[in-house]
Design a protein. Structure first.
Length: 135
């Protein structure tokens, strides 16, 4: 079981109808592949967690990374985990905050997750960002 976190930048902000469509398709594909996760959308930034069987996560990430709707993907975390932390959603979606493009990656992650009030979710994202910056 793997958990992967990445940050990326939308070419242009997705209108709500397009985001809805993206989520509907993603949830269908993720359910088939036993993937769960969360997508946080903050301005033009996406922060997404994918969890599931190793192969399925790797294959889904490759597909996502080729998607022309976003660029500059940076993998923040890609790790074997014993259990899911985001098991409740085939792909949940949260509205994130807007990060300054000149901020460090860690500061950008903090800005994007700022509106998230769920303490468990916050703790996971902060932990991931810190792990990355320590590497
Ligand atoms: C920010 C973002 C997140 C995405 N998340 C997922 C996802 O969790 N699962 C998924 O199957 N596709 C996701 N997609 C869509 C894929 O990139 C791709 O468009 C879709 O899987 C269809 O791929 P195909 O055209 O190669 O069949 C995401 C796209 C973007 C831009």
């Amino acid at each position: 079981m793997k958990r992967l976190l990445y940050i990326s930048t939308a070419r242009s902000i997705l209108p709500p109808s397009e985001l809805d469509e993206l989520l509907t398709k993603s949830r269908k594909a993720n359910a088939m592949a036993d993937i769960t996760g969360l997508l946080v959308v903050g301005g033009r930034r996406f922060l997404q967690v994918l969890e599931g069987p190793d192969e399925a996560v790797a294959e889904t990430y490759v597909r996502i990374s080729r998607d022309p709707r976003h660029v500059a993907l940076v993998k923040l975390h890609d790790k074997e985990v014993p259990i899911r932390a985001f098991g409740s959603w085939a792909m949940g979606c949260e509205q994130g905050g807007v990060a300054s493009a000149s901020a460090s990656l860690e500061e950008q992650v903090y800005a994007i997750i700022a509106p998230i009030t769920d303490p468990t979710l916050r703790a996971y994202f902060m932990g991931f960002a810190e792990t990355h910056t320590r590497m």
